[in-house]
Design a protein around this ligand. Sequence first.
Ligand code: HEM
Length: 508
Amino acid sequence: MSSTILSITILAFIFFFTIIFLQRKNKLLPPGPISWPLIGSLIQILWSKPRYRWILEVSKDKDITYIKINALKLAVVNCPNIAREFLRCNDQTFASRPFTMTSGYYSRKYLSVAISPLNEQWRKMRRVVSIELISPSMVFRTEHIRAEEAGHLVKYIYRQCMYLDAVLDIRLAVRYFCGCIIRKLIFGRRLFGEGGAHGGPGKEEIEHVEAAFVVDKHLYAFCVSDLVPWLEALDLDGHRKIVTNAMEVINKYHDPIVDERIEKMEKRKGVNGAAEDLLDLMISLKDEDGEPLLSADEIKAQAAELFFAAVDNPSNVVEWAIAELINQPELLRRVVEELDNAVGKQRLVQESDFYKLPFLKSVARETLRLHPVSPFNMPHHSTEDAVVAGYLIPKGTTVLLSRVGLGRNPKVWEEPMRFNPDRHGRSVELAEPELKFISFSAGRRRCMGAPLGTVMTYLMLARLVQCFDWSVPPGMAGVDLSEGRDSFFMAKPLLALAKPRLHILDQL
Ligand code: HEM
């Protein structure tokens, strides 16, 4: 009996090492972790939480890593040259998206643009979103909405300074600002409820924005159902439940507004006069036969996606930027000085002032480099075999440009973990088409909301720094800059002491 077990064990070892030998001999694939036949690295990744940490760990310090997990093929990229080869030289081949459990729920079965694989639906929605909805001209036309919202943000903080102990929850404030702007742009209303104390968020706004963060967090989170699709019905890690609950919250707020508006416009036979918001626009679009271009489901999926896309990046950048500036008062002083010289103290900073604020822009850019909102860029999926950096990348590979691996790469950035806005020189913006870090990415799937995301970020940061002196709450030596265990957000919401610095604030 024992000799049989011994023989089986020896045979298993021989089989295992033969496979490893053959894998290594196959020089065409990029290097990767040693993996089991058939299931690849499934066991390793299932053991780690959050799962992306294991991927970051095995790809650390390598330009490109190939990982096989069951049927999933991953190429993880930390090198800007290789990243450009993927998204610039081979853009067409890598412009699709993978199917995942969450992305299906998120997009009502792949109706919205960011989640759609490369197909006719994506082309149709890309035209709608980039030309009709969030074009640069729309961003220009809606400046007054953002200015008004920035006024609300300043008032909300100012009132807390007057009535409370002035220790502010910056995360709450900046997420609220992003939520109000995008709600106003899409639905024509900034609040879904009555609002909260001091002009801040009510429970509806908090619930709405939090649901978006839950969905974003689980979007490409390597849940068990994606790694082992036949286990989906069991929902072993509970991701499906979490995501469907969050989508129920989103739909609870969005669906009645969309349905009611469609009905109203059908009765009126279209919009009388100019469309007032993106929802009007989406409903009024017609195809070549004069029929509605978008179905109700497409409108709902796209509205939700624009909301998700607009809240996380700008708010994350501003929360981290204020934290970093508080810990380096000399940098904070330089941003304040720049604002005082460019704008003065008698009026509030506007979007038209941005061209005079190069240092503030460098601060935002450095924050985006060092503190990405997620570990990886949105995944790109290949539709045919390709050779990249001399390696074979088989059809059906999911390419993950590592936001952490690129932005914190010591071969690219000197002292990568140091927050140093001056490293970018003068006259910079948030966009980074060279892919030395990921901001709006590049190629066909690059961010369509770059102009809007950029002005939202600058405006929030500029108003907060111009209007208030920021410091740590009493009794603290500095801001704790630790990241969360399962995210790249600050481990705890940033609490900071705000002191009004402009006399005009009491006239708001
Ligand atoms: C600072 C703010 C923002 C940053 C850093 C950012 C970043 C990104 C990134 C990295 C991607 C993925 C690109 C790729 O797959 O290679 C993306 C995609 C996208 N973003 Fe943004 N984004 C921001 C704001 C916005 C806003 C405000 C909107 C619209 C309301 C938006 C809409 C989109 C859309 C629709 C896509 C999908 C494009 C496609 O798949 O074809 N983004 N964004």
